[in-house]
Design a protein around this ligand. Structure first.
Ligand code: SF4
Length: 342
């Protein structure tokens, strides 16, 4: 086991769904997750967030495969583990809270049985009564009345189901909890309560979180660092503060300007157009068809990652750094072509 501050490292990761047509849904992603941090992963629907999570959890569909790069988890080659080893790591090292607890929880097994199943499967010597006591404690920890240990999913509200999922995910004290849009289906009041709950549990228990959402405003309130995905690539990553105040990639700036701020006066503006088809992604920068700042070079050469501050504010855009490409003239009629599929 490594004692580095980095828990999870993805290096130049690409994931392909084999067709026809073959689709490279994640392309060249380099990203790390530090111990005890909440890393937010944001982007529009179809940008590759779910595929990246599938690769990280080794739960890609049958036609999906990591075709390039590596994932290292706590110093171990994660993609090199066999299925049995991955099963041992699930729940104990990495766990997942998915978007819909109703679809993830088994409707014919009580909440307590589902939590204790995970405990007994990984710790078979645990006495039965202790397992059930732990299930009650876990429910209490996520502020669900422990008497619900005998309830079924349909007997709980949406918020309680999501809390029960979080309790299950924490049952075996994993190092990393992946939360895939965990509050999307909830109303804003319950969403705020659960976000507060996640943050306080994470601060208390010091596990790492990858928090996936299309809701940038949510990440600006909960994440330590944020990675922005567009068309299968991570186009910017930085601390919450950097992205809130000094977002650099035009797409990130567009995302941030898409929602109102209670702290700053700003004009709300959407991002013109729609994400490109991943069957035939655009040449050069994948955002060039929607970018108000695109230059001649942008549709020809793919930008490389650039570390702007030497401490991890990374951007993939020709506006920054010197990639040896000199043709940086702005295009006449900026914004022309916005809205076209690129
Ligand atoms: Fe816009 Fe060019 Fe930067 Fe892409 S590389 S985001 S098109 S300026």
């Amino acid at each position: 086991m490594s004692h580095s501050s980095v828990l999870l490292q993805m290096e130049n990761l690409s994931v392909t769904y084999f067709g026809p047509p073959d689709v490279v849904a994640v392309h060249g992603v380099t990203l790390d997750v530090k111990r005890g941090e909440i890393l937010g992963l944001a982007g529009e629907s179809g940008c590759g967030k779910t595929t990246l999570i599938g690769a990280l959890t080794r739960l890609l569909p049958d036609n999906g495969e990591v075709t390039h790069g590596r994932i290292e988890f706590d110093g171990v080659d994660w993609l090199g583990l066999n299925e049995r080893e991955v099963d041992q790591w699930r729940w104990t090292r990495v766990s997942l809270v998915s978007q819909s607890a109703m679809n993830s929880l088994n409707p014919v097994i009580s909440i307590g049985e589902q939590i204790t199943d995970a405990i007994f499967a990984h710790e078979p010597r645990t006495p039965k009564a202790d397992g059930w006591d732990r299930a009650r404690s876990l429910l209490r920890m996520v502020e669900v009345d422990p008497s619900h240990v005998h309830s079924y999913a349909h007997e709980l509200s949406g918020g309680m189901r999501q809390r029960a999922m979080i309790a299950m995910a924490l049952a075996l004290k994993p190092d990393l909890v992946i939360m895939d849009e965990p509050t999307t289906a909830l109303d804003v009041v319950v969403q705020a309560q659960i976000i507060h709950e996640i943050r306080s549990l994470q601060e208390r228990l010091r596990f790492s979180v990858i928090f996936v959402t299309h809701d940038m405003s949510l990440l600006l309130s909960i994440a330590d660092r944020i990675a922005i995905m567009y068309a299968g690539e991570v186009v910017e990553v930085g601390t919450r503060s950097i992205l809130n105040h000094e977002a650099s990639h035009p797409y990130t700036r567009g995302l941030i300007q898409s929602f109102p701020s209670v702290f700053h006066q700003r004009t709300r503006a959407g991002i013109p157009g729609a994400p490109p088809s991943m069957v035939n992604p655009p040449s050069g920068c994948r955002f060039h068809g929607r970018c108000e700042e695109r230059m001649a070079v942008c549709s020809v050469y793919a930008p490389e990652d650039r570390d702007l501050d030497g401490i991890g504010h990374r951007v993939r855009c020709h506006l920054f750094g010197d990639s040896g490409i000199t043709d940086r003239q702005p295009l006449a009629g900026r914004g022309e072509g916005s809205g076209k599929s690129c």
